[in-house]
Design a protein around this ligand. Structure first.
Ligand code: ZN
Length: 362
């Protein structure tokens, strides 16, 4: 259960058209940890046990809970009442997946957050704390609903199918209610974002080419205003690519940007944040001894961006020129796998499913 300080920032209350939801009761700034919660019920063997074994396991844990906790548990939404025993139906509807072995857990307060494809908060498992945390991804005004996302970024149809089959509701968030033509354009851009993700992960390429794709991917994300959705970690990729090419100056800037995101989403004690801090320290130590490209401090903001992503790079400028002129920057995205809207880039493992219809906290 949330502690009193956290509860002061939000309350669980009816939200029009959605049953209950989490609503801010005070102004909350971006990056605030509004909840840290231990699982009320754990499901260590969620992949494979029979319904009977799982139900008995859940009942055993429920018997050890207080009356208030039991009441809170049974007040949660259950969309599987006709097909599963009630406790398991509640688990199936509300539980979240976490941990490397696919453990699952039911979080009483964490379960109350409604979905938006572009949410205002981020839910993450923190293995250092053994708790689930929720951080705000933007400033939130009192009275505003706080949402998280249950699905990865995908086309409008795919999101609708996932939310309908997993949770039996139709999303009415800002990108799901765009006019049809704009929805179609966004679907095309999402397909391209995912196509670039696949391309970047599958190919080793010259730094300039890799950064061209990364730049295009980040541009598409920002131009569509979907940074808060579950989008690929462009800056992380760009930082690693720059390290691979021994361009530690660019790597440090990309690392700092990924660090800012990790800090917002998980806070300073999250392992993802610690990883970025370690990488930043490593890059700083290398830069002190290294004689490669340095950050040109005299650049304007726009010039810095051009330099960073190696856009408009003069032929004889410092840095690595494209070694592979026949690399088809535009054509790289139009192969069968990325132009076919039915073919998904991210595997189902990474989607909302952990074999029990449960959302993943990654
Ligand atoms: Zn939506």
């Amino acid at each position: 259960m949330a502690d009193l300080e956290q509860m002061a920032l939000f309350s669980v209350q009816p939200v029009e058209g959605k049953g209950n939801g989490v609503v801010a009761t005070a102004k909350i700034t971006k990056g605030t940890r509004i909840l840290a919660e231990s699982p009320f019920i754990t499901l260590p063997r969620v992949n494979g046990d029979s319904v009977e074994v799982l139900n008995e396991d859940v009942l055993k844990q429920l018997r050890n809970a207080s009356r208030d906790q039991q009441r809170a548990f049974f007040s949660l939404t259950n969309i599987h009442g006709k097909t599963l025993p009630i406790p398991l139906g509640i688990i199936q509807t509300n539980a979240l997946a976490y941990g490397p072995k696919g453990e699952g857990g039911l979080f009483i307060t964490g379960s109350q957050f409604n979905h938006a494809c572009v949410p205002t908060a981020c839910i993450k498992w923190n293995c250092e704390l053994d708790q689930m945390t929720v951080h705000t991804l933007c400033d939130i005004e009192p009275g505003e609903e706080i949402t998280i996302t249950y699905v990865n970024l995908g086309s409008n149809n795919r999101r609708r199918d996932q939310l309908d089959s997993g949770f039996q509701f139709i999303c009415s968030c800002k990108i799901c209610t765009l006019p049809q033509e704009m929805r179609k354009n966004l679907d095309d851009d999402i397909e391209e974002i995912k196509g670039i993700d696949k391309l970047l992960k599958a190919n080793s390429m010259p730094l300039k080419d890799g950064l061209w794709f990364a730049y295009r991917q980040r541009w598409l994300i920002q131009a569509n205003g979907i940074e808060r959705a579950h989008v690929p970690a462009t800056y992380d990729f760009a930082a690693k690519l720059a390290v691979e090419h021994k361009d530690y100056a660019r790597a440090k800037i990309f690392c700092q940007r990924q660090l800012d995101i990790a800090m917002t989403e998980g806070g300073p004690d999250h392992p993802d944040t610690q990883d970025q801090l370690d990488m930043k320290a490593y890059l700083e130590s290398i830069l002190q001894q290294h004689s490669g490209p340095i950050v040109p401090y005299h650049f304007s903001r726009i010039e810095l961006e051009d330099w960073l992503w190696m856009q408009h790079m003069p032929e004889d400028s410092e840095g690595e020129s494209s070694e592979d002129d026949e690399w088809d920057l535009a054509g790289g995205l139009s192969d069968d796998s990325s132009s076919n809207p039915d073919r998904e880039v991210w595997s189902d493992d990474e989607d909302c499913n952990m074999g029990f219809g449960i959302r993943s906290l990654d």
